[in-house]
Every structure is written in C-alpha cells, then in structure tokens.
Ligand binder design. Structure first.
Ligand code: ADP
Length: 354
C-alpha cells in the first residue's frame, strides 16, 4: 500500500507539479485514499475544481475503491473546518485506529473501550483512547479524572495521561453537569478537533469510543476517520443485536473491516448461590457474528466487580488483574491485535505528513 501512496503523489505531480506541495496529509487505508490539501480559502472555487480533478485521477489507481480529498484552511471557521478536514497532523503518528461501536447505548461500549485500551497497552503497545461519544462522555468517570487538558507549545491540546493511556474526551473540557445538546455537524466538529487538534504523538493504537447508533454522524465518522477496523459491542438480546447488525452494515458500506463482535453482559453468576443465569439472553451475539460472517472476539459476563471498578474510576484490567473478566479482556485484546496485524500485512494503512 505504500506503493499506492507513492503512485498517488506521482500522479498529482503529473497533473500539476505544484500539487504535491499542497498535501498536508495522505493516508491509504482499506482501499481508500484520504488526502488533506492546504487551501487558500479566498480561492475556494479553484480548490474545489482541484479536489474533483484529484479525486477523479486517484480513483483510477488499481485496488482503490474511493478517494476522499478534504480542503484545509487554517484560518477558516471551526464549522467549515469540520466539514472539510479529515486527516491532519494530530493523528499523523498513529499507526492504527480502532473504533468500538454499538448500535445502541448502554450496552457497555465505553466500559469495553477503556478495558480494551488497557489490555492492548499491557501487551506492550502505546495506546490512546478518544471518547467520541460526545452525547454521553463517560471516559473521565471511568478513569476517575476530570483534570483540564493543557496546551502544547505548538498550541495543540495535550491528551490526559492516565494509567499509561493517552486520553481525550469532551468530558475533560466541559463541566460534568452541563447539558450537551449536539447537532450532527457539531458532533463532527468536536470529534474532528479531538482527532486533529490533539497532540496524540506516536501511538500504536488509538481506540475510538464511538457515539452509539448508526445515524449520519456515525456514518460520516466511519467515512472520514482512517479506521483500521471496527469492534462491535452488543448484549445477547435481540433488541441490541438488531442495532448491532445495522452497525456492521454501516462499516461494511464504507469499507471499514469488522474486526469482530464482543458479547457483553453475557452470563451472570450469582455471587451467593453461584448459579449461572442469562439475564439478557445467551450467545445471541456469537450466533449473530456467525450469521454476519464476522469473527466473534469473546464474551464478557455481567459482573458486579466490573461495574464497581468502573464506577470507582479504575478499570478492572488494573484493579482486579487476576479476575476472569480481566483475562477475557486480555484474550480479546490479543485477537484484535492479531486481526489488525493480519489486515495490515495485506494492506498497511500508511500516513505521511508533508
Ligand atoms: P455504553 O458506553 O454502551 O453506553 P457503558 O460502558 O457506559 O455503556 O455501560 C453502561 C453501564 O453498564 C455502566 O454503568 C457500566 O458500568 C455497566 N456495565 C457495562 N458492562 C458491564 C458488565 N459486563 N457487567 C456489569 N456492569 C456493566
């Protein structure tokens, strides 16, 4: 895939020797080329023509399904920035972006995101976690920290460092009790800024805790963010599964590989009588993963300990390392890692910044 990147730049040079100088970032991932061009906003018509010309030219490259060119002007308003920017320097040194998504809220997506982040870190990788669930940011609560992020010398936001993970959430920026009423474009703006204007630095993995659902916002994010793959979280219950399937379809539509499904709140073992019960059903996600032809990554039981650790701000992966749940998270992390490695052996996401 790095050949595709070189080829793309060569093609731009042939179109116009000055075009390569306009490149702010170029990412090749999942048969898609994401290109961000430095734009003079006073010449927007000219740059719109260039964008269309480049999209047409690069779409002809063998093995490429789509090309997304975004125009960047650093002095433009925040709103139009979000509409146009896809890939800029904030994530230039991030090797893999994995989104954790669910069709509906309350199924444990954030709980799984933080524990998966810690588990991947325990495998020896540098990890960041972006809380894109701006409707209900829960990462500050899950890590027991609400400090305000500081700015770097370059004026970028520095992620919060906690438990060896780089973290960013809208919850670090606004008071806990302030109502958040977001419209679609505002969500995209907020998420774009948390991706691009945060100094993520060198990361092996950036986990993105997606907003629940499969509406326009989620679709736009799946299209714009150069994701290496998506993990779908669901309870075994039919209602959650119907929405999870919509999530799988959404990612498939935009060519983001599905790394697999996780069944959360799977079984419940009564701490007193040790009887096993299936409050939200049993193996629903496992069966559906098979139906959808995606991998099943594992199940996480409904556990009081998991909920308590989360509420106390220290993920179970760090507070009860020997628990069954922690071991399960570690196994899931290993599977996710090997799936990403398998995918990138065939097509490696490649990010360069000019
Ligand atoms: P989502 O991000 O999908 O909205 P959360 O991760 O915020 O869901 O989880 C919703 C609630 O369920 C939280 O209180 C969380 O602690 C709890 N929870 C999630 N998974 C489990 C589990 N496996 N066992 C017990 N409680 C859980």
């Amino acid at each position: 895939m790095s050949d595709v990147k070189t080829l793309a730049i060569e093609k731009l040079k042939l179109l116009n020797p000055e075009y390569p100088e306009l490149i702010e970032a170029i990412v090749v991932a999942n048969k898609k080329i994401y290109l961000s061009l430095k734009t003079d906003k006073t010449k927007i018509d000219k740059f719109t023509r260039i964008k269309l010309q480049i999209e047409k030219e690069l779409s002809a490259i063998d093995g490429i399904d789509s090309v997304s060119v975004s125009l960047t002007s650093h002095s433009e308003s925040m709103q139009s920035k979000a509409d146009t920017r896809a890939v800029t320097s904030g994530i230039s040194e991030v090797r893999n972006i994995i989104s954790v998504a669910s069709g509906k809220g309350g199924v444990g997506k954030s709980t799984i995101s933080i524990n998966l982040a810690v588990a991947i870190n325990q495998l020896g990788f540098s990890v960041g976690l972006l809380d894109a669930d701006v409707y209900g940011p829960s990462i500050p609560k899950l890590v027991g920290d609400r400090q305000k992020p500081k700015k770097s010398k370059a004026g970028k936001i520095l992620p919060i460092q906690k438990y060896n993970i780089s973290l960013m959430s809208i919850g670090f920026l606004v008071p806990e009790d302030s109502p958040m009423i977001w419209r679609g474009p505002m969500v995209i703006t907020a998420v774009s800024q948390m991706l691009n204007d945060v100094e993520w630095g060198q990361l092996d993995y950036l986990i993105v805790d997606m907003p629940p659902g499969t509406g326009d916002v989620q679709l736009t994010m799946a299209q714009r963010v150069p994701m290496s793959g998506a993990v779908i979280v669901s309870t075994p219950q039919d209602l959650a599964l119907i929405d999870a399937i919509k999530g799988i379809e959404m990612f498939k539509k935009v060519n983001v590989p599905i790394l697999g499904m996780i069944e959360n709140m799977s079984t419940f073992i009564c701490p007193n009588c040790k009887n096993e019960s299936h409050i939200f059903g049993f193996e629903g996600a496992k069966v559906e993963a098979k139906n959808q032809n995606v991998d099943f990554l594992g199940d996480i039981p409904l556990e009081i300990d998991l909920r308590e650790c989360s509420d106390n701000g220290k993920p179970i992966m760090l507070s009860k390392t020997d628990s069954t749940v922690s071991k399960k998270f570690l196994e899931i992390a290993k599977l996710v890692k090997s799936k990403i490695e398998d995918n990138s052996n065939s097509e490696k996401p490649n990010i360069i910044i000019n």
